[in-house]
Design a protein. Structure first.
Length: 331
């Protein structure tokens, strides 16, 4: 299988979160041509997960999995002697191609694995949550994300927080007649930035990103509303952190915890290089799909960038690595 060419074919199908229908159709067709039984798991509208198994083993012990969706904007593929470029090349369409190639290699050896490709990982793991209600009883889930082919010992969680401050409009020439929601929001954010965040030996620190700030009406109007969206990367349970956030913000703004993905520790295998994933994955939403491992080609440092790429050498190594891990788990 020319999995470099397959990577480019996948990259050239735009599948920004919410628009995964065409890439799912493409993969279903590919599986049918290869002799797999491909099942579409409807998630929302035309969005479907794709689950493929062999007729000889409809309930495999091991399932390879990753996601089909990408972040915007859509960037077509290109390549040179070393790399494949384009949106999703490393996160995670190169991984899809490597996992399919590994499954084909294993099938020639009489080892049959499943393949589960999901929608929505970049937003809310909706595809994984849907798939979790249709688990097949597999024992191991090998999830693919860009880890430079190192097995993750843990994956940080995520806590999305929304702050909403409210004030009272007035003419900006007479600020004493109004109440600035933006001033309240800035004070609340200052308090959050001053917090000491949790740390864990061997894992690192909880981190905070203030990703979006918006509010106000016009430069000459005292702002009556303002909002900020924040993301914490978690290294453990969030209960204490939530209490400290509420205390730091006080009555300056309304605090809403809009999404949480838990921190997880993961299985590794002796002799393989390891890493800590500072990002989140679909794994917490796939608890019914067996014991998880996390590993894949590509660097997370170039994912979501204009110059996203995957090294061809890492793609080749990933095929061998996925095969080796599957053999070891089955032994």
């Amino acid at each position: 299988m020319d999995f470099v060419a397959l990577t480019r074919q996948l990259v050239d199908i735009e599948s920004i979160t919410g628009n995964e229908g065409p890439v799912g159709d493409f993969l279903s067709g590919q599986f049918n041509r290869l002799g797999y039984e491909a099942k579409k798991m409807r998630v929302e509208g035309e969005r479907c997960n794709v689950y493929a198994t062999t007729p000889q083993q409809p309930q495999p012990t091991i399932v390879f999995s990753t996601h089909m969706d990408t972040v915007p904007p859509f960037i077509r593929s290109s390549e040179d002697g070393r790399r494949v470029y384009g949106r999703g090349s490393c996160d995670a369409k190169g991984i899809i191609a490597a996992q399919i190639a590994a499954a084909e290699t294993l099938r020639r050896e009489g080892i049959r694995v499943g393949l589960l490709f999901l929608v929505g990982e970049e937003r809310d793991s909706l595809g994984a949550k849907t798939a979790n209600q249709q688990a097949n009883g597999c024992k191991f889930l090998i999830n693919g994300e860009p880890t430079e082919n190192r097995v993750a010992t843990a994956s940080k969680g995520a806590l999305r927080v929304e702050l909403t401050a409210r004030g009272r409009m007035a003419h900006s020439a007479y600020p004493e007649l109004g109440e600035s929601a933006i001033d309240k929001l800035l004070e609340a954010l200052s308090g959050l930035r001053a917090m000491r965040l949790p740390e864990a030996e061997g894992i690192g620190s909880t981190t905070l990103n203030i990703g979006l700030i918006e509010g106000g009406r016009a430069p000459n109007v005292i702002a009556d509303k303002a909002r900020a969206q924040l993301l914490y990367r978690l290294i453990g349970p969030s209960d204490q952190l939530k209490r400290e956030i509420l205390q730091a913000v006080g009555d300056l703004a309304q605090v809403d915890f809009v999404l949480e993905i838990p921190f997880v520790r993961l299985r590794t295998l002796d002799g393989l290089p390891t890493m800590i994933a500072a990002f989140t994955t679909d794994i917490p939403a796939l608890s019914n799909w067996g014991e998880p491992l996390l590993v894949g080609p590509g660097s997370i440092h170039v994912a979501h960038t204009e110059g996203e790429y995957v090294e061809k050498e890492q793609l080749h190594a990933a095929v061998d690595l996925y095969c080796s891990i599957a053999r070891r788990l089955l032994s």
